[in-house]
Design a protein around this ligand. Sequence first.
Ligand code: 0X9
Ligand code: ZN
Ligand code: ZN
Length: 412
Amino acid sequence: MKALLFFGLVAIALADVTRFEGEKVFRLKPVLDEHVTFIKDMAKDITVDFWSPESPELVATNIDVDIRVPAMYLDIVYTRLQQSEMEYKVLIEDVQAAIDESGPAPRAHSYIKYNTLADIQTWIDTVVSANAGLVSKQVIGNSYEGRPMTVIKIGKASSSAKPAIFMDCGIHAREWISPAFCQWFVKEAVETYGSDSAMTSLLDQMDVYVLPVFNVDGYDYTHKSDRMWRKTRSKNSGSCVGTDPNRNFNAGWCTIGASSNPCSDTYCGSVPESEIEVKNVANFIRNKKSVIKAYLTIHSYSQLLLFPYSYTYDLAPDHTELLQLAEGASAALRSLHNTRYTSGPGAATIYPAAGGSDDWAYDLGVKYSFTFELRDTGRYGFLLPTTQIQPTCEETMLAVKYIAAYVQKNLY
Ligand code: 0X9
Ligand code: ZN
Ligand code: ZN
């Protein structure tokens, strides 16, 4: 019996957990076409993980390229970098050390920790029961692996239909600061309703739907198996797993900045909404199309506030208004800790990439559609230390409240 228990524990300890010992994150600064070719060629020869942009196809001159390089390829990468004469620096010396710095998973839910999916699910029930009358929950469907996708509805009960804002976090599994923000938002909403005039007026007049973890399977996988996972966990033909949910929406689907290769981190899927998670969210928003006035989706990292379009360089019909609103929100964000954001349409501000949720919601008729890319600008990237959760969430609250107040004043 003891032996069984022992081997059981060993089996858990040895469960398939990817480690990143000695791996480094580089920032490359391509300024010549040769540099771009060099990076793309290198990506063909060795497996590097593109952190920003998310795939080699999106590399271009004069944009910083952050890549994670496995330890076994470091020598060859250094040699090639010397030859290329491209400017570069090491952002993270040892990826595993950076992961370990975020400490063991919290044993209970905390707003200043990166909570596990199980803890987030329990937390949802706690918030709902503690705030009956203001908060309710609704399962909008199950994920590929059968996990519930739960939307939290916050707003004062009303007999008539209220206009609403929809916000999701955690489309991409490894962007852990994103679900942390959605949880923070819910906390702030329930704590400040009744005392903060802006929050009170917002929740009296409107409802806010919050999906704290969109990619539930992927998020769980980053906690249990591979911290660097981005996509869903659905099976493709062949051995590569997962689709990029933010390339799977039906908005210029797979025409640009997305890959039709199932092994790519920006795989667009077999058809639009092939991913059940994407379909669940799209169905929810389609059903509430007449009440949803704003769509906010939270990602990391780069400190950007983006709006449509990303599938084309064409300016959105509401470009001027969206730019002004984004700049106002960025200024509000910056007022707290001097964190600088860049605002603009996705295609011109980061890179063209089709199939994103923001473009899809906008074309559906949700005028105020924004993608946040939270902290930082690459010092830690996806491995943002837990000490930055609170300041990041505090400043982001100001931007989200700025947008919400504007939407409330400009209902259409
Ligand atoms: O590429 C993405 O999906 C987002 N960046 S991330 O680093 N979080 O992956 C940006 C999305 C911008 N919007 C669209 N491309 N539609
Ligand atoms: Zn993302
Ligand atoms: Zn602060």
